[in-house]
Design a protein around this ligand. Structure first.
Ligand code: NAP
Length: 303
């Protein structure tokens, strides 16, 4: 069977593409490797999505997106694409379980994943105090002391979230100024449980079976110190999940896919939307808009 469109990734971009593709009566489906939702699924509260003045949990928002996509007839299937092979004016999507799917168009909406620090102890202690998801692991640190690494929106938002559980949250940032938006900065500065460790990088995460401490280097003074913590949450940015289209479509040096304003990539018939795409603003609202645009472009181009 040849599908009009296969949407790879079931985050906000993919689900919005599904709503628009479904309404346009395109035949196809969303292919998601885990549960639909992407990074939003593990976001505690969303307070900047239009129409939801009261913060809504990421989980609940994703449930609404998923139900909405299904309502317009777009199924959500489970599977992970290993590679895409162009065959004439169609595409063969080869899945990791060796299934092959044939489609006339592909929307890549695979999003992004967290970056790693790359220091000693990080890998060994992941799941034993080192985490990349405060919503998933925060409750394990009730009345304990945790460190958050990073200074962007994710680090600051999640540090605030972690104060619901932890008795102390240290935010370790490599500069003396946060990258996060002002509203999050103000909330973090006003929170008694949060202390900032400025101009500092984590050199090592220590612990035998569980995290016990982080070794810190102050870049300005050159002084090394050791901070005893029970957990380390790392939020130092994201990297796009685009390895499977490497060499097929143009990306920037970090792997984000380049598109035109119709979300068309450099390869005819392949579109990209959401956090895997090169763009200035990574938000649910932009992901959704790009998913809609990509589906519209597919409809237009197929016609
Ligand atoms: P980000 O904005 O890229 O920030 C990454 C932070 O980690 C920066 O403060 C950076 O320091 C620091 N960092 C990077 N590499 C590091 C390293 N090797 N060692 C130590 N620190 C390092 O990433 P993000 O916070 O994950 O956010 C990703 C995107 O999602 C952004 O566009 C953000 O706006 C968006 N987002 C939005 C919300 C929201 O709207 N509420 C929530 C979460 C995320 P420097 O500042 O020195 O570069």
């Amino acid at each position: 069977m040849i599908h009009d469109v296969v949407i790879i990734g079931g985050g906000p971009a993919g689900l919005a593409a599904a709503i628009y593709a479904g309404r346009a009566k395109l035949k196809g489906f969303v292919l998601e490797k885990m549960s639909p939702g992407g990074q939003v699924l593990v976001t505690d509260m969303v307070e900047n999505y239009p129409g939801f003045m009261e913060p809504i949990s990421g989980f609940e928002l994703v449930e609404k997106f998923t139900a909405h996509a299904k309502r317009f007839g777009m199924p959500i299937e489970t599977g992970e694409v290993e590679r895409i092979e162009p065959v004439g004016d169609q595409f063969s999507l080869i899945l990791t379980d060796e299934r092959t799917i044939t489609a006339r168009s592909v929307i890549v909406a695979t999003g992004a994943t967290h970056r790693k620090l790359g220091v000693k102890g990080e890998q060994e202690l992941t799941g034993r105090g080192v985490s990349y998801c405060a919503t998933c692991d925060g409750p394990f640190f009730r009345d304990q002391v945790v460190a958050v690494v990073g200074g962007g929106d994710s680090a600051v938002q999640e540090a605030i979230f972690l104060t619901k559980f932890a008795k102390k949250v240290y935010v370790i940032h490599r500069r003396d100024e946060l990258r996060a938006i002002k509203i999050l900065q103000e909330r973090a500065f006003a929170n008694d449980k949060i202390d900032f460790v400025w101009d500092s990088i984590v050199e090592e995460i220590e612990g035998k079976d569980q995290v016990q401490a982080v070794k810190i280097l102050n870049k300005k003074s050159g002084k090394q110190s050791r901070l005893e913590v029970d957990g380390v949450f790392i939020f130092i940015g994201i990297q796009p999940i685009t390895d499977f289209v490497k060499g097929l479509v143009d990306t920037d040096e970090r792997g984000f896919i380049k598109t035109d304003q119709w979300m068309r990539t450099s390869f005819k018939g392949i579109y990209a939307a959401g956090d895997c795409r090169q763009k200035p603003l990574l938000q649910i609202v932009t992901a959704v808009a790009e998913g809609a645009t990509a589906a519209y472009a597919v409809e237009h181009d197929l016609a």
